[in-house]
Design a protein around this ligand. Structure first.
Ligand code: NAG
Ligand code: NAG
Ligand code: NAG
Ligand code: NAG
Length: 587
């Protein structure tokens, strides 16, 4: 039972996805929050399989992508899956997540009604369900969510009246029900009166002084019956959603896919970057010739077409300025609402760093709900895309050059910055490439910045696991040496062309580091290299493998510093034929 032995090791030591593990651990009970999310998983599917990868055999859902837990209680405090093409209804079991503070499911293809049980999630502070296909009324039970600060359910197909109970939400500071099929009078007593016309527009049968629409004199505003209105296809679906049952789920999925294909996403719907009043722009380096108001104007014009990525910290947009300069705008949303002074001070430190192998932070915009960070835009995309998504192949020289550049960037953070910076999230999607395939390290310092000081929750997502040092996974404590481990994994990823948690490793019971160690024990470590990579030089390959092995040592003391890594790379990997190396960069 050698295989099982290996699999056990995989399960207990490394939290990797594996079918075998799934079969073996089935009798362990999952936490109630996990159970509620499994209900979600059973009715919602996603084109990219993100929800399908949630593992029912985990003791709790805390490592599932999109799920954030309180570090101590392991209760779910945030569910965040945006832009995942999720299809399906929301199950009432979500109401069991009574510690849930943030529910972010916007920009998907969810349908059915908003479950009344959501009113049981009394810790909810932020609900984002905009840009979906929800039908039916807004549940009056939402008026029970006394902690609620942000509610955006715009761009859906909701019907009925706006419940008067929402006027009791004392903490509500942002609210949007635009572009639905709501009817009747906007409740004029209560706190909804504070919101402007922009929060209600696009509901043709809604009336009230707020939107300059006289209400008819009859008592028609209290009904919460839907108005139909040619939406029979979707109403059928929402009706069957309440009946439930496995067959119906399958049927709904079919209908969902059909509707999704048929309707697609309305691309003209604008994306909610709310810069809003009181926004201010802070620029670093003092070398950008733009006035704040020009930048704000640009920000307000951004929409879905400008999205170039969705990182662990938030959405990234491309920002073209009039003068031809291009920037990348990262919109980050912090858990637990607030950005404090500490946050701004940290940003200033990050903004003061400038280095050839780092992606410069040029400035940021303060807005009430999010921080918009302005970075240099890099046309080469991320190393992750270059290795795993695009068809074109990186040749050997490019790969070596990228490793060396990334090493120099991280070494600068560790040794030459004051204060020193631990990156905490080194992975291929955080290494960007310029037009000449030179590496630039991005997102340094953000993981720390977004850590919740009380609960130490960071927004590092499950996708990062393959890169995390064993002691980091156990203690959650990042050091320079945990970065070095991640860098070792990164080297192996570049050499092998495979993600550190590629299924071919997992099937054999390893991750990439385990696989390398196995190949070394068999005396054939060179086999780890991507077969399609052209121009491999065995001498520098051997040196790289030796460096990667040291970096990814399970003992932190045995790992070299990043300074040392750069020295080793320069002396052992780049020197064999330096003239060749420089010649090849002139093409
Ligand atoms: C919500 O709370 C009510 C009242 O406490 C309870 O009857 C209902 O079952 C709860 N729903 C869910 C889904 O937990
Ligand atoms: C929640 O709201 C509904 C309708 O607004 C109300 O009937 C119910 O009593 C409330 N439940 C709790 C627990 O406050
Ligand atoms: C509400 O959402 C709509 C559509 O997404 C948008 O046009 C409008 O500006 C938003 N209103 C506010 C106040 O953000
Ligand atoms: C509207 O309803 C209220 C109480 O529900 C009633 O007093 C009033 O007369 C009604 N108005 C009309 C025009 O029916």
């Amino acid at each position: 039972m050698m295989g099982i032995c290996l699999m056990k090791r995989c399960c207990s030591r490394l939290l990797f996805l594996s079918l075998f593990c799934a079969l073996m651990n089935q009798n362990e009970a999952i936490s109630p929050d996990g159970e509620a999310l499994m209900s979600f998983r059973s009715v919602v599917s996603s084109a990219d399989g993100v929800v399908g990868k949630w593992r029912p055999e985990d003791p709790d859902p805390c490592n599932w992508k999109g799920v954030t837990c309180d570090a101590k209680t392991k209760r779910v405090i945030a569910l965040s899956l945006t832009h995942h093409k999720l299809i399906g209804p929301l199950p009432p079991e979500l109401g069991k997540l009574d510690q849930l503070r943030i529910l972010m499911l916007h920009n998907n293809n969810l349908y059915g009604s908003i479950p009344t049980a959501l009113g049981n999630c009394t810790s909810l502070e932020e609900i984002y369900l905009h840009n979906n296909f929800f039908t039916g009324p807004i549940p009056s039970e939402m008026g029970n969510l006394s902690m609620l600060k942000n509610l955006d359910i715009s761009n859906n197909d909701l019907t009925g009246a706006i419940p008067v109970s929402l006027g009791q939400l004392e903490k509500l500071t942002s609210f949007n029900v635009s572009n639905n099929f709501l009817v009747g009078k906007i409740p004029s007593d209560g706190l909804l009166a504070q919101f402007s016309k922009d929060c209600f527009i696009g509901n043709f049968k809604l009336c009230g002084k707020k939107i300059d629409m006289e209400c008819p004199d009859e008592n028609s505003s209290t009904g919460s019956r839907s108005t139909g209105g040619g939406k029979t296809g979707k109403l059928l679906i929402s009706a069957s959603a309440t009946v439930g049952g496995l067959l119906l789920v399958a049927l709904m999925c079919f209908w969902g896919c059909f509707l999704y294909k048929k309707l697609g996403r309305d691309e003209s719907k604008s994306l909610a970057i709310e810069v809003g009043g009181g926004a201010s722009i802070v620029m670093f380096h003092g070398d950008l010739p733009y006035a704040s108001k020009d930048i704000i104007k640009k920000l307000e014009a951004l929409n879905e077409e400008h999205i170039i990525g969705c990182g662990g910290f938030g959405t990234v947009y491309k920002l073209d300025m009039e003068d031809g300069n291009v920037f990348a705008l990262k919109r980050i949303v912090k858990l637990n609402g607030g950005f404090d002074r500490f946050f701004e001070r940290e940003l200033e430190i990050l903004g003061s760093i400038k280095h050839r192998y780092l992606v410069n932070l040029r400035g940021y915009c303060n807005s009430p709900t999010s921080k918009l960070l302005l970075y240099d835009y890099l046309p080469g995309g991320s190393l992750d895309q270059a290795l795993h998504e695009r068809g074109e192949q990186l040749d050997w020289d490019s790969r070596v050059n990228i490793i060396v550049g990334a090493a120099k960037g991280v070494a600068y953070l560790h040794h030459d910055c004051s204060p020193r910076i631990i990156h905490r999230d080194i992975k291929s999607s955080n290494i960007l490439l310029d037009g000449n395939l030179e590496a630039r390290v991005s997102d340094f310092g953000l993981a720390k910045l977004l850590e919740d000081e009380e609960s130490h929750i960071t927004t590092i997502v499950a996708g990062t696991f393959g890169y995390l040092a064993p002691e980091y996974m156990q203690s959650g404590r990042a050091t320079e040496k945990t970065d070095v481990y991640s860098f070792g994994v990164l080297i192996l990823e570049v050499l092998s062309g495979k993600l550190p948690t590629d299924t071919s490793y997992i099937e054999k019971g390893y991750n990439v580091v385990g696989w390398l160690n196995f190949l070394i024990s068999e005396n054939r470590p060179r086999e780890i290299v991507d077969r399609s990579c052209e121009g491999v030089e065995t001498e520098s390959l051997d040196a790289l493998l030796s460096i990667a092995t040291k970096c990814a040592s399970s003992s932190p003391d045995e790992r070299p510093t990043m300074h040392r890594v750069v020295q080793l790379l320069e002396s052992q990997v780049m020197s064999p034929c330096p003239s060749d190396f420089y010649d090849s960069s002139s093409d």
